[in-house]
Design a protein. Sequence first.
Length: 228
Amino acid sequence: MTARAPSPFIIVAIDGGAGTGKSSSATLLCERFHLLHVDTGSFYRAATAEFLRLGVAASDIAAVRGAIGALQLGTRLNGRDAQMEIGGRVVPEAEIRSPAVNAGVSLFAALPEVRAALLDYQRGLAGFARARGFRGVVLGGRDIGSVIFPDADFRFFLHVDEAVAEERRARQGERDSIKERNRLDSSRKTAPLVCPPGATYIDTTRLTLAEVVGKMAAPIAARLGAAA
Ligand code: DC
């Protein structure tokens, strides 16, 4: 009898603009293959909520640097989700999805100081996932396949028609200016939103969530030796 090779640990990058369905599809992939879900947008949101709480403006770099120095980041596992703690506290969902954070997050996320502060933290979550017995990690964001894990096993880039994305957000009852955030996130100098060369581009505008997940699950299942 030949021993089966141990299943590999995989890193999956899902990048794309606001409202493309990154989190919904990542959640389903994580359930199916027992992977850790890392929503890096929630990290930029939590940091933004903290800056706003402290009264720090994105235009005041000295104040931003000071606030970053005091962030004290940690990680809490909630089911299959990695939640970022700031000073031992997970910023509540209602706060990170608030209109104030929706309006301010792209301004803070454009600052190289903020991105640098979260870079090693995000990379470290692969080790966090491994240590807790996950078969891999799925990170959703803007620069995962281009900057954080350019050598990820799978890199997907989701696109959606912005009008459709705004409808999806409105149906979730959220006030969010998708177009403006995408414009800021795509035009910033540091780690802009781009489909990196070699990533699999998926236009989700006319696809159901199940169809999007199916496209990503097939190659992952092949790698893990599992049913898609
Ligand atoms: O995924 P989201 O819409 O919740 O992300 C909120 C903001 O965070 C987004 O407008 C830009 C920023 N972001 C980023 O700059 N880089 C990432 N990897 C993830 C999010």
